[in-house]
Structure formats: structure tokens, C-alpha cells
Design a protein around this ligand. Structure first.
Ligand code: NAD
Length: 437
């Protein structure tokens, strides 16, 4: 067993400090075809990635730093920059071991390459991961300000091979702190020229995925259908409203928040909406007698325990990583004849909304709205139909089909800048970026 990987992030920080290392990297060297560590003592971690088949896939660069204040491990995972700089949000989360931390960054950054490619964005895939130091009060605004400013300094040091954004555990005020130290960020607050909350477009994107799946399945529309929505949050709420506006016959919805359920009961007619308060972990909503199930709360809800009990013919929702195991559960749904619309295909509007912030804003911005129409080749509607058709022709499950299609698109290089992210990374390595601190 690789002992460095079993260390907690805090113990790994102590190991780095003993070795006088504050910044470090792991790089895929296309010439040697090897993962190379910035420091010889870290090569065992590079070797772990080299031999990992599950989450590592020739990630171009992984860059880490220990913050000067608050002893926190911060990282930028750059997966693939053929289509542009690596883009994706920064997660601020608790990790038990370095293996968990690294796997999350590897998996999420690869996922961003796929999401961005299928969306036709001229961006590569990347993800930020900051490991919460359990000894800190991470809700303290002063501590957050320090941490996110230092994260901004890391972005600047990386010269734009990765452009960060908001993700689980971070908000726009954290982004403002990052922005005070770097230009390589999107999703900044609207008062600083950012794009604002993307949840409404995300809900419309999920609706388009449902419409495409229905058109593919039986040529029908939302009108007259029954849909079950798990979670009435920022995405689930507008989705329910849109489904009702589109003439859904019945919408079942649930939430663990009593206030949200109460508000739903006050807002929508109970002739259409059946809103229930549930306990966390109660997945009964998924087994509703309905046409479509929309997971819009947490991940991993589709698994060998839940899939056999589904009664819907279509699953299409906003939650990230709905499949507990992306290959096994995709296949289980496929074998049951259930159409699964991959989450990373329909929940793209968060990144779409902010990815091109620096190009400015147009009312009813066509660069945004074309993702939600039914004409553009990369629109959610057209890409969903394309994936479902391909899957049918190849007798393969749709998430695997979408991944193959995404990986093909991800190999196209940016029409103006080519594979510039790789050049940036090569120059960082050549100039030993980690020493210029
Ligand atoms: P949110 O936190 O606003 O809403 C989630 C809702 O689900 C909350 O109301 C919460 O009380 C409820 N909930 C939590 N656990 C539950 C459970 N076990 N059963 C039922 N309800 C439960 O989040 P959101 O912004 O609406 O996002 C929903 C999902 O979509 C998340 O997985 C998120 O990562 C993903 N997503 C969101 C966006 C976006 O634009 N907001 C973009 C891409 C993906």
C-alpha cells in the first residue's frame, strides 16, 4: 500500500513541511508517457496515478499548495486542455485520506472535460479541490477570505492553465476573494461583472433533456405526464414550476426542508403538485408511479438497491453523479429498458452560464440560450437525442455512449489557441513554478 495516500490531508501537509515543500505538482509527460512528480519524495504518489485505471486518465497536470495561513491543502486538477484552458469549479470539502482527495479531483476534472465538450464549449476540463482543515471553523468569514485569496494566488501562479469557478462548498463571496488575487476565475458576483445564479437555466436544461427523451421514446411531450422530482431547491423549484406550465398532469415532489415543502403547498395547486416532507435517506419518491423521475438533490441515488424498484421509463435530473457506480448502474438501467439521460449532459447550464463571462453580456444572450433551443447542434435537446439514438444503434447504455462522444469531441483543439494549456504547463515545469513563491 502506498503510505502517502493513506495519510489524512493534514498529515500529508506535515510530511510536506518536513521536506520543505509548499507547492508541488504531478505532470503527465507525453514524451516519456509517465506521471512525473515535482519532488523525488513525491514520486510514489505519481506512481499511484500512473497505475490507476479508474480515475486517472492522462491528466495534464495536478498542482497543489499548502496555504501560508490556516494549514490547508489546495489543489488544481487540469485534465485536458485541447479545447481550451481547464475550466470547472472549486470544491471545498472534507477528506479522510489523500487517496480520497486525489481521486475526487481526478474524477471531477475528467467529468468537467466531458461536460464542457458535450456542451460545445471552447474550454478544457479542470477542477479545484480544497481539503477542509477540520481544526478550522470554515464558516468564519475571515478564515474563508484568507483561504480563498491564497487560492487566487495559486491560480495566478498557474498562469491560466486552469480557470476556476464556484462549486459545492463555495459561494460567490469566496469567488470575490479569489478574484482579488487573479484574473483566472469566473462565477464572480454580479456586482463585479459576473453572471449570477445559474439555477433557472439549469432547470430549463433538465426540462429540455426530458422533452428530448420523451420525443425519442414515444414522440410525446410533457403535457399530460406525471413526473417525480426529488429535491425542491434552486433547481428543483423552478423545474416544478416549468413542468406545471408545460401541462404536466401530476408532479410528485419531496424535500427534507419543511419550509420548502410548506412554500410549495402555498404556491402550487394541490390538484397538480403532491409535495411531501421526507427524512434524509428516504428515496421512496424514486419509485413513484410516473413517466419521469428527476433526481435534483444528492448524488448516488441510482444503485442496485433503487434501480430494480423504479417504475418510470425515463430518468432525467440535475443532481451530479446520480449513478453510484457510473458503469454498473448505467448498465442496470439499460437492462431494465429505462432511458437514463446522463446528468453531465443536461445539468451543464451552471458552467455554460459562467464560462464565458469575460466576453460580456447580451440580453437573452444567444450564447446561452442556444444551449436551450432545439436547433443548435450542441443544444441539450439535440445532444440528448443524438446520444440516445447512438446508444440504441450500438445497443449500449447512454452514459457510456455520451462519454465516448464527449471524449471524441475533447480531442479537437481550440481553433485559435491550439493546445495552449499544455504549453503553459510545460513552461511552468521548465521554470520550476513551485520555487517562485
Ligand atoms: P440546492 O441545495 O439548492 O437544493 C437541493 C434540495 O434538495 C434542497 O432543498 C435540500 O433540502 C433537498 N434535499 C437534500 N437531500 C435530500 C433528500 N435526500 N431528499 C430530498 N430532498 C433533499 O441545490 P441545487 O442548486 O438545486 O442543485 C441540486 C443538484 O443539482 C445538486 O446535486 C447540484 O450539484 C446539481 N447541480 C446544480 C446546478 C445549479 O445550477 N444549481 C448545476 C449543476 C448541477
Amino acid at each position: 500500500m502506498n503510505s502517502l495516500l493513506q495519510l489524512s490531508p493534514q498529515a500529508f501537509i506535515s510530511f510536506l513541511q518536513k521536506n520543505n515543500i509548499r507547492r508541488l505538482h504531478f505532470i503527465w509527460n507525453p514524451e516519456t508517457q509517465r506521471v512525473e512528480a515535482s519532488h523525488a519524495v513525491l514520486q510514489p504518489v505519481a506512481d499511484f496515478m500512473q497505475h490507476d485505471k479508474r480515475d486517472f486518465s492522462r491528466h495534464e497536470g495536478i498542482f497543489l499548495q499548502v496555504t501560508r495561513q490556516h494549514n490547508t491543502l489546495q489543489g488544481a486538477f487540469v485534465h485536458n486542455t485541447h479545447r481550451g484552458q481547464g475550466a470547472g469549479g472549486t470544491r471545498f470539502w472534507r477528506y479522510e485520506t489523500m487517496e480520497e482527495y486525489l481521486r475526487d479531483g481526478l474524477r471531477l476534472s475528467k467529468g468537467m472535460t466531458r461536460k464542457n465538450s458535450l456542451a460545445g464549449l471552447w474550454w478544457g476540463g479542470g477542477k479545484g479541490v480544497i481539503a477542509r482543515n477540520p481544526e478550522l471553523d470554515s464558516t468564519d468569514p475571515r478564515i474563508r477570505a484568507d483561504l480563498f485569496r491564497e487560492y487566487g494566488e495559486l491560480m495566478t501562479a498557474l498562469r491560466g492553465c486552469y480557470v476556476t469557478a464556484e462549486d459545492v462548498g463555495t459561494d460567490t463571496s469566496d469567488m470575490a476573494h479569489i478574484f482579488s488575487k487573479t484574473r483566472f476565475i469566473t462565477c464572480i458576483p454580479p456586482e463585479l461583472g459576473g453572471s449570477g445564479n445559474p439555477s433557472e437555466p439549469t432547470a430549463t436544461g433538465v426540462l429540455r433533456g426530458m422533452e428530448a427523451a420523451l420525443a425519442f421514446a414515444d414522440g410525446g411531450t410533457i403535457a399530460g405526464r406525471t413526473i417525480a422530482v426529488q429535491g425542491m431547491g434552486n433547481v428543483g423549484w423552478p423545474l416544478i414550476r416549468m413542468l406545471i406550465e408545460k401541462g404536466a398532469r401530476r408532479v410528485f415532489a419531496c424535500d427534507i426542508s419543511a419550509a420548502r415543502v410548506q412554500r410549495a403547498k402555498e404556491t402550487f395547486s394541490e390538484d397538480v403538485l403532491d409535495a411531501r416532507l421526507i427524512a434524509a435517506g428516504d428515496n421512496e419518491i424514486l419509485f413513484s408511479d410516473c413517466d419521469i423521475v428527476a433526481p435534483c438533490a444528492t448524488g448516488a441515488v441510482l444503485n442496485p438497491q433503487t434501480i430494480p424498484r423504479l417504475r418510470a421509463k425515463i430518468v432525467c435530473g440535475a443532481a451530479n453523479n446520480q449513478l453510484e457506480d457510473s458503469e454498473r448502474d448505467d448498465l442496470l438501467l439499460f437492462e431494465r429498458g429505462i432511458i437514463y439521460v446522463p446528468d453531465f449532459l443536461v445539468n451543464r447550464m451552471g458552467i455554460v452560464n459562467c464560462a464565458n463571462e469575460q466576453y460580456g453580456y447580451v440580453s437573452d444572450d444567444p450564447a446561452i440560450t442556444r444551449h436551450l433551443d432545439t436547433e443548435w447542434e450542441y443544444s441539450i435537446y439535440r445532444k440528448t437525442i443524438e446520444v440516445l439514438q447512438l446508444a440504441r444503434e450500438e445497443k449500449a447504455p447512454p452514459a457510456q455512449t455520451a462519454i465516448q462522444l464527449a471524449d471524441r469531441i475533447a480531442r479537437e483543439t481550440h481553433p485559435v489557441f491550439g493546445h495552449r494549456g499544455q504549453q503553459i504547463i510545460a513552461s511552468l515545469v521548465a521554470e520550476r513554478w513551485y520555487e517562485n513563491d
